[in-house]
Design a protein around this ligand. Structure first.
Ligand code: ADP
Ligand code: ADP
Length: 222
């Protein structure tokens, strides 16, 4: 079975004449170890597809299967548990908590885990080392560059070791140097087994991926 499978998914926002057809019968699979980039112009349905894949927004019709599990057949709580165990999310605005240290921000993702406080700290430290920020653990997020903050957000997303990392425009707010660092990190995580699905409209970002899906007007066109 596939890590993720989108089967005949349509998404319509609103009703009647004002309705927006955001996704038209989309089919897509993501397998273990892939790094998939979703590209396309603004308004083509990329974010809608990512949030549908991420169990955040139910499709108007069609299914999303994760390892054969129909995620929109789950209760709201069941889907919330599924997201926590199965997915890591990274966004272009980092959503870091500005009064917590970098380490504490990463530990937030472990809040409901059964690990002891000491194990959580150790796990968060290891993950910060993986993203190249071992020396920033005690800093506040505002003391870091944009690229470093994005790497903290990536650490927070992967500290639970989710099978899939979903990233929405992870380099959208970054300058060229920081973009390079974030893309190199995503490629390195993928090389060590992390499955990644990334929305981007940057061709440079898409080059880091092993497969690119192109969307236009809500449909997969390539
Ligand atoms: P992209 O991420 O490629 O820019 P989106 O998925 O954000 O595309 O949007 C696809 C279409 O759906 C656009 O026409 C957008 O205006 C519309 N849309 C997105 N979110 C909503 C919403 N919550 N309500 C109504 N229309 C929406
Ligand atoms: P809880 O029920 O424990 O508060 P949530 O359902 O809020 O859990 O979140 C479960 C997972 O889904 C978390 O990893 C969280 O980051 C992610 N998540 C929830 N809502 C959103 C959202 N609107 N945008 C992005 N990620 C979200």
């Amino acid at each position: 079975s596939h890590l993720l499978e989108v089967r005949d998914v349509r998404k319509v926002y609103g009703e009647g004449e004002g309705a927006t057809h955001a996704l038209c019968n989309v089919n897509l699979t993501v397998d273990d170890g892939e790094f998939v980039a979703i590209m396309g112009p603004s308004g083509s349905g990329k974010s809608t597809l990512l949030s549908t894949l991420g169990g955040l927004q139910s499709p108007t019709s069609g299914k999303v299967l994760a390892d054969s599990l129909d995620i929109y057949g789950l209760t709201t709580d069941g889907r919330s548990d599924f997201r926590r165990e199965y997915l890591g999310f990274v966004f272009q605005s980092f959503h870091l908590v500005n009064y917590l240290s970098v380490l504490e921000n990463v530990m937030l993702s472990l809040a409901v885990s059964a690990l002891s406080k000491g194990e959580k700290r150790a796990r968060a430290h290891e993950t910060l080392a993986r993203v190249g920020l071992a020396d920033k653990a005690e800093k506040l997020p505002e003391m870091l560059s944009g690229g470093e903050q994005e790497r903290v957000a990536i650490a927070r997303a992967i500290v639970n070791e989710p099978p899939i990392l979903l990233a929405d425009e992870p380099t959208g707010n970054l300058d060229s140097v920081n973009t390079g660092a974030v893309l190199a990190l995503l490629a390195e995580l993928n090389a060590t087994g992390q499955t990644v699905v990334m929305v981007t409209h940057s061709h440079r970002a898409a080059q880091a991926a092993s497969r690119t899906i192109t969307m236009a007007d809500g449909c997969v066109v390539g």
